[in-house]
Write a protein that binds this ligand. Structure first.
Ligand SMILES: [Zn+2]
Length: 269
């Protein structure tokens, strides 16, 4: 991505271990430190000797976005990472750590996480499943990777989660081939009223551009205009909002879609 496309960009300080440990155990974080070679975790997730630094930078930039109401353009993404499990390109959960930061450092107790990556954010869901102060809302294609987030609550092994539903988790599974009209209808009629009823102090958005029709991993066919409308409506859902990049794998369309989304954020509807 060409950062020169965003002349107002700001950089940030890396996060600390204390910040990361608000979500992840020390023993888990230790597994990324002092590596001297690349290690594969699963078929699409690996760590390198620079991953520990990249993680802290990505989280630090996400904090800065939360402070100023910005959009954190970071890698690696985070929403598939649970407290002790990396998967789906994700090592630590950026938006979960940022949620704990917003609560602890900024006094923003009630947080809504809106996830419009086309894949279910199973890690974020798991971290906040039993937390009454954090409302997790996800629109995603189902049944696709990672297989969670269906009409009934299931874990990564496809088993029903004991205890049934979470009152602060809202999954909106969508069929493959979903386009702008159906997607935006679900967003407006299901996601938005639920978030407004929860009345969060801040909305944090997990943005994936892999729902776009030109994305190589997309089972759905959203246009640029859908991202503008999603961003515009999101900007009016709470007194504050910030966003962090999750998926999006077409490097030629990604800068344009980020620009479109930022324009939407700047024009609340
Ligand atoms: Zn994704």
């Amino acid at each position: 991505m060409l950062i020169s496309a965003f002349p107002d960009y700001a950089s940030a300080e890396p996060a600390t271990r204390v910040d990361l440990e608000r979500v992840h155990p020390a023993s888990y974080l230790d597994s990324f430190e002092n590596l001297d070679a690349t290690q594969w975790i699963d078929f699409d997730t690996f760590v390198t000797p620079t991953s520990a630094e990249a993680i802290k930078l990505a989280v630090g930039v996400t904090f800065e976005a939360v402070r100023r109401g910005g959009f954190a353009l970071v890698r690696p993404p985070g929403h598939h990472a649970s407290q002790e499990n990396a998967m789906g390109f994700c090592l630590v959960n950026n938006i979960a750590i940022a949620t704990r930061y917003a609560q602890a450092e900024l006094g923003l107790q009630r947080v809504a996480i809106l996830d419009w990556d086309i894949h279910h954010g199973n890690g974020t869901e798991a971290i906040f499943w039993a937390d009454p102060d954090v409302f997790y809302v996800s629109l995603h294609a189902w049944p696709y990777y990672p297989g969670t987030g269906g009409p009934r609550a299931k874990n990564a092994a496809g088993e029903d989660i004991p205890g049934g539903e979470s009152p602060t988790t809202l999954n909106i599974p969508l069929p493959g081939g979903t386009g702008d009209r159906s997607y935006l209808q679900a967003f407006e009629q299901i996601a938005c009223p639920a978030i407004e009823t929860f009345a969060p102090d801040i909305v944090l958005v997990s943005i994936g551009f892999d729902a776009h029709r030109d994305d190589p991993l997309s089972p759905t066919i959203l246009t640029d205009q859908a991202f503008y409308q999603l961003a515009s409506r999101t900007a009016s859902l709470a007194p504050r909002f910030a966003a962090v990049l999750e998926g999006g794998y077409n490097l030629s369309t990604l800068p344009r879609l980020v620009e479109t989304t930022v324009a939407g954020f700047e024009n609340p509807s």
